[in-house]
Design a binder for this molecule. Structure first.
Ligand code: SF4
Length: 65
């Protein structure tokens, strides 16, 4: 785990461009990392460009859990 990141409290997500819960971060991270289907995370329905979101998520420090 990287230092300075909060894995307990909600934090800003560059994919949703809003503060999200740790649970949503984890679920989204799994979906964008292709471990589970994108359609399994209903919140991702608002994300128009999933390929771009995959890149943003991969570059996000919270993706290095
Ligand atoms: S790891 Fe992915 S889902 Fe979590 S905050 Fe970063 S961009 Fe958002």
């Amino acid at each position: 785990m990287a230092e300075g990141l909060d894995y307990v409290n909600p934090h800003y997500c560059p994919v949703y461009q809003r503060i999200i819960s740790i649970d949503l971060c984890f679920d989204s991270l799994m979906a964008l990392g292709r471990d589970v289907k994108v359609s399994s995370v209903k919140e991702l329905a608002v994300v128009k460009n999933i390929e771009e979101a995959r890149k943003i998520c991969a570059a996000c420090p919270y993706s290095e859990l």
